[in-house]
Design a protein around this ligand. Structure first.
Ligand code: I3P
Length: 104
């Protein structure tokens, strides 16, 4: 699965908030065990990554229905303690990413 999601870096470690906390639209590409992040589809086509791929070993994906400020938001907690929020554009996209994350 791949597509544009809004993302916010929330935590760097279980008790350490991330420094850069703004939301950014990023092109996300999910493969088994790995979420690769590109600035946009063009960067993806040129294989220019935005950051090192996020390893999904020991990761969890949780829908946040009570997140007040935005809708269709999920939390990805990585095995290394980093936490990222992702916003999908609608409920259908949220379900698609959630199902794919369960399998990844
Ligand atoms: C952040 C930005 C985020 C906001 C975050 C701010 O500021 O406004 O949208 O998260 O709040 O720190 P900046 O763009 O200057 O980095 P929310 O949209 O979730 O509120 P936070 O630090 O309370 O998470």
């Amino acid at each position: 699965l791949e597509g544009v999601l809004a993302r916010k870096h929330d935590m760097e470690a279980p008790d350490k908030k991330a420094m850069k906390r703004s939301w950014n639209n990023l092109y996300c590409v999910l493969k088994p065990g790995l979420l690769s992040i590109y600035k946009d589809a063009k960067s993806y086509s040129h294989s220019v990554m935005h950051q090192e791929p996020l390893s999904l070993g020991n990761a969890s994906w949780e829908i946040l229905p009570n997140y007040k400020k935005k809708k269709h938001v999920c939390k990805l907690r990585l095995g290394d303690g980093n936490e990222y929020l992702f916003q999908c554009k609608d409920d259908e996209e949220l379900q698609r990413w959630s199902q794919a994350m369960e399998k990844a």
